[in-house]
Write a protein that binds this ligand. Structure first.
Ligand code: ARG
Length: 286
């Protein structure tokens, strides 16, 4: 049940108030977790004492990869590198818009070599690479909604990177302050559903940021703490189909109610590294 039909083509709306949603084909970059493991702790989800199962991580990641192929996405792959266990979280590899790839500069030393690795891939694949001056973790903290970039700071990306990206992209960049260490990247606290709709977890933000979100997105979906705690917001939408954590049941219900088509996947092994669906996905906008 995929493709580019609208919600009403596929499932007659339950009532006249359910909006019609339209899917747009996406191009994304992913990285197979061949070397995934948890050997350091740079977010509260990670515990090097707990065992990880790399083969299971790969199998779960394959289900996400297959879900995107089933949706008709173009999925490109960057080679994983031994010794960079977090490279599977491709969202952090950069931010790509209008064929410009703004590179990442990681906060923690353990991930710093990923910055050049992703920039090499962008360069080799025809993107106009911009080497960052400021610390930033790519699409983990930069989310495009319509023509505006929502940008997170507080734990990883420096607020100076927001200005740097605004200059490079020519887009409006709206800074939001994250306050809960469990939701340390913006993509763990906000889901972009389409050009004008988002879902978010209010407790992840400070008051001035909440004022901004409420003013700009009065009809946003508010998710439960329970759904956020399985990284339910860490999802990827094509405007109609929304790939989410299968365990985020209330978010699933709210999406359905609003005319979206939620598709649940289980990435429990990758959750041990503090990442979910969106973390494994970098959108390529040529
Ligand atoms: N272990 C990784 C880190 O802490 C997880 C990154 C998750 N990625 C994301 N886009 N939220 O950096």
């Amino acid at each position: 049940n995929t493709g580019w039909m609208t919600a009403t083509d596929q499932h007659p709306a339950q009532d006249s108030t359910t909006p019609t949603r339209t899917a747009t084909k996406r191009t994304v970059l992913m990285c197979r977790p061949s070397f995934f493991t948890v050997v350091y702790r740079i977010n509260p989800w990670m515990d090097p004492e707990l065992p990880t199962d790399t083969a299971l991580a790969v199998r779960q990641w394959e289900t996400l990869y297959q879900a995107y192929l089933d949706l008709g996405f173009d999925v490109e792959l960057v080679d994983p590198i031994d010794g960079l266990p977090d490279m599977v979280y491709a969202a952090n590899g950069g931010f790509v818009i209008d064929n410009i790839a703004y590179g990442a500069r990681f906060t923690h030393t353990q991930r710093q070599p990923e910055g050049p690795a992703y920039m090499d891939w962008f360069g080799a694949n025809g993107f106009d690479v911009r080497v960052p001056v400021e610390v930033n973790e790519g699409e983990g903290d930069f989310l495009l909604v319509g023509g505006v970039i929502l940008a997170g700071t507080g734990f990883r990306s420096a607020s100076d990177s927001h200005r740097e990206l605004a200059e490079i992209s020519g887009r409006e960049v709206v800074s939001l302050h994250l306050v809960n260490p469990s939701f340390y990247h913006l993509d763990t606290a906000i889901a972009i559903l389409d050009d004008s709709n988002i879902a978010y977890l209010p407790s992840a933000f400070d008051e001035p940021s909440l004022d901004i979100l409420r003013a700009r997105f009065p009809n946003a979906i508010i998710v439960t703490e329970e759904d956020a705690a399985v990284l339910g917001l860490n999802s990827f939408s094509d405007g109609y189909n929304v790939v989410i954590a299968a365990r985020a049941k209330d978010f699933e219900r709210q999406l359905r109610e609003r005319g979206y088509n939620p598709i649940g996947v289980d990435l429990s092994e990758l959750l041990l590294g503090g990442g979910g669906v969106k973390c494994c996905t970098l959108e390529l906008r040529r």
